[in-house]
Design a protein around this ligand. Structure first.
Ligand code: FAD
Length: 473
């Protein structure tokens, strides 16, 4: 039996960040992770670094270059003949980025003296973790811990009775490693992952059709922006079918047939591959929750309070395996907050100020409440909107189809929500998050000097528009 102050189960952005912060605070910490890379070697970083945020953004960038070369360079007077795509080089670049970053976490563990235990962990008691190691002759390690942090993350959800086959009916992990570019790609689910990966393969040449069950596109997004995104993605060549029910997906000899019903009756579409991106399910089923009496809700999430405490003494849970947005930065911030609370400090997470990003192009990002949410809450608010067609920098970048929208309290002018569909929205949203953290008013943003020419001037203009005094609109 080895004794630790803290044992973290899971080494994704929730778990590895929690482990490092615990070690920084002077706690003797071990992180147990079951992750293996494509070569079967132990790897840290979880979904985010290995098969999520990072590899998807690497491909996103490559696909942008290819698309620009084919469609946009000619507008700049740059002509290219005989453009070729070498997918294996593109994949190698992506894999090298992943290897560099996951190796970096191992270095950070060494630097901070976090013990990395490679294997599958389960709770035996609230202060006792058992690990089956990855070695060929697996060993069982027994770990005693004053505190346990569960950060076991999530895995792609399957459609009922349509299992993944790893080849034609696939999850997001497989969609990051295609060997060839599918001529026709079907994407089930118009959520963040479906739209991001659908756009990647569409830009690389797949005829891509996205199936959205609901008649509302991007339901949780401010609908003025969602409609603008829908229009833009269609213009870029993505086919988006809405308000339908998938009846069956069948693998045939040379293609996959998707049968679905919409307002015109039963339809079918043949594609080469189908990416099922209908959400993710929490990894709570292999940690012996029942055995130790850990409360799990009906959807499989570990039940926690606002401090990420479970019902077991000294046992916390963070990240995708608990309620809240399934985002890497949310998992990491929960990890830091839990480490600091174990150390006796005060730390909280405010879900209301977590930024969201959808990495399509232009990018979509938001923080705070949407118009629809404020209407439902009966909150009186003012709206400022600025369309990117009036922004010189966006026009120079050839990306002037979006808008920025700011919602502020009608009485106090405090910013309640900021919504951006514009180039580099993933970076610009930081300004809005900081403003909201400091309870800024729209007037504060309107009085802040923004450099010219930048896309950020559109934030300034939207803030001015809250008071109907936008200059360039
Ligand atoms: P995970 O990253 O899932 O890590 C959990 C770890 O626990 C894994 O390493 C797993 O092997 C290990 N584990 C599980 N069970 C055990 C056990 N019993 N014993 C030991 N180890 C165990 N989020 C963003 O914020 N931005 C993005 O751009 C973004 N892009 C994404 C793109 C894709 C294609 C996908 C699929 C996801 C994306 N996400 C993004 C979501 C993000 O990856 C997750 O929210 C994040 O990884 C969750 O972190 P986590 O630490 O909770 O869990």
């Amino acid at each position: 039996m080895v004794d630790y102050d803290v044992v973290v189960i899971g080494g994704g952005p929730g778990g590895y960040v929690a482990a490092i912060r615990c070690a920084q605070l002077g706690m003797n910490t071990a992180c147990v992770d079951a992750g293996l890379n494509a070569k079967g070697e132990p790897t840290l970083g979880g979904v985010c670094l290995n098969v999520g945020c990072i590899p998807s953004k690497a491909l996103l960038d490559s696909s942008h270059h290819f698309y620009a070369l084919n469609h946009e360079f000619k507008n700049h007077g740059i002509a290219c003949d005989n453009i070729k795509l070498d997918l294996s080089t593109m994949m190698k670049r992506k894999n090298d980025i992943v290897t560099s970053l996951t190796g970096g976490i191992a270095m950070l563990f060494l630097k901070n003296k976090v013990t990395w235990i490679k294997g599958h962990g389960r709770l035996v008691a609230h202060n006792h973790v058992e690990v089956e190691t990855h070695e060929k002759k697996a060993k069982i390690l027994e770990l005693n811990a004053k505190h346990v942090i569960i950060a076991t993350g999530s895995t792609p959800a399957e459609l009922e009775s349509i299992p993944f086959d790893g080849d034609s009916i696939i999850d997001s992990t497989s969609a990051l490693s295609f060997k060839n570019i599918p001529k026709r790609l079907g994407v089930i689910g118009a959520g963040v992952v479906g739209l991001e990966l659908g756009s990647v393969w569409s830009r690389l040449g797949s005829k891509t059709t996205v199936f959205n069950r609901s008649d509302t596109f991007l339901r949780t997004v401010d609908q003025e922006l969602a409609q603008s995104v829908l229009h833009e993605l269609k213009t870029q060549g993505l086919e988006i079918k809405m308000d339908l029910k998938i009846n069956s997906i069948k693998k045939m000899a040379k293609h996959v047939t998707i049968k679905y019903s919409d307002k015109d009756g039963e339809q079918s579409l043949s594609v080469d591959k189908v990416l099922v991106a209908v959400g993710r399910k929490p990894n709570s089923d292999h940690i012996n929750a029942e055995g130790v009496g850990l409360h799990i809700n009906q959807r499989g999430f570990i039940e926690v309070d606002e401090y990420c405490r479970t019902n077991l003494p000294g046992v916390y849970a963070i990240g995708d395996v608990v309620r809240g947005p399934m985002l890497a930065h949310k998992a990491s911030e929960e990890g830091i907050a839990v480490a600091e609370r174990i150390a006796g400090q005060i730390a909280m997470i405010d879900f209301y100020r977590i930024p969201w990003v959808v990495y399509i192009w232009p990018e979509l990002a938001w923080v705070g409440r949407t118009s629809e949410q404020l209407d439902a809450l009966n909150t009186q608010y003012n709206t400022g909107v600025f369309h990117l067609r009036g922004n010189g920098r966006a026009l120079s970048m050839g990306a002037s189809s979006g808008l920025i929208k700011i919602l502020s309290d009608a009485k106090t002018d405090e910013i309640l929500g900021v919504h951006m569909f514009c180039p580099n929205a993933s970076e610009l949203i930081g300004e809005a998050v900081v403003a909201m953290e400091f309870h800024a008013s729209a007037e504060d943003l309107a009085r802040t000097i923004h450099a010219h020419p930048t896309v950020s001037e559109a934030i300034h203009e939207a803030a001015l528009d809250v008071d109907n005094r936008s200059i360039h609109q």
